[in-house]
Design a binder for this molecule. Structure first.
Ligand code: FES
Length: 184
C-alpha cells in the first residue's frame, strides 16, 4: 500500500511532526543561513572597497612647468615612482630611429607618448625584471639603467639590453594643460 505522505512522521528523538511543518523549518533554517552569510559577507565586501585615502591617490597631478629638456621629475602614484622626463629634439629623433622590429617588446615612440606632447615621456619607474628602480641617464641607450641586474632602457623607456622582459610601463595619464599632467 502506498504511504500517505501527508501523515505525521518522525522528526527524530521520538518526536512526531507534521511534514509541512518540517519543510517550513528547513526553509526557515536555509533562509537564516543566507541572512547569516550576508551578515558575514557584507562587512567583508565593504572592507574591500577602497578607502578615501586610496581614492584620493587614484590620480595625481604633477606640475611639470619647471622641468627643463633633458631633465626628469619624479612623482608617486599608487605607491609607485613615476618618471616624467622631458626629452630634447635630439632624443626624440634618436628614439624614432630605432628599428622597432628588433626590439624585445616592440613599440614605436609614438605609441609611448601623447600626440603633440612627444617631448614628454611618462613611465612607471620600476624595472620590469624584478622591480628595482632604474637610474636615469645611465647605460648605453641614453635612457635608464637598472643597477640590480643590468637592464638598460632607451629614452622611450623601451628595454634594450639585460634580463627585463618588457618596456617600462606607461601609466594612464593626460595633459590638463601645458604645465600639468594628471596620472591615473
Ligand atoms: S630588477 Fe632590474 S634588471 Fe633585475
Amino acid at each position: 500500500m502506498a504511504k500517505d505522505s501527508t501523515k505525521n512522521t518522525s522528526c527524530g528523538d521520538g518526536e512526531v511532526c507534521d511534514p509541512s511543518k518540517r519543510d517550513f523549518m528547513v526553509l526557515a533554517a536555509n533562509g537564516l543561513g543566507v541572512v547569516g552569510a550576508c551578515t558575514v559577507a557584507w562587512p567583508l565586501i565593504d572592507s574591500m572597497n577602497p578607502s578615501q585615502d586610496v581614492l584620493a591617490q587614484s590620480s595625481v597631478e604633477v606640475d611639470i612647468s619647471s622641468v627643463q629638456p633633458g631633465q626628469q621629475k619624479k612623482a608617486m602614484w599608487r605607491g609607485k615612482p613615476i618618471f616624467v622626463y622631458r626629452r630634447t629634439p635630439q632624443q626624440i629623433a634618436d628614439a624614432n630611429k630605432v628599428d622597432v622590429a628588433s626590439l624585445r617588446d616592440p613599440q614605436t615612440d609614438k605609441e609611448r607618448t601623447k600626440p603633440n606632447h612627444e617631448e614628454w615621456l611618462v613611465v612607471v619607474g620600476v624595472c620590469t625584471h624584478l622591480g628595482c628602480i632604474p637610474i636615469v641617464g645611465e647605460g648605453e641607450f641614453g635612457g635608464w639603467f637598472c643597477p640590480c641586474h643590468g637592464s638598460q632602457y632607451d629614452i622611450a623607456g623601451r628595454i634594450r639590453k639585460g634580463p627585463a622582459p618588457q618596456n617600462l610601463v606607461v601609466p594612464p595619464y593626460e595633459f590638463i594643460n601645458d604645465k600639468t599632467i594628471r596620472i591615473g
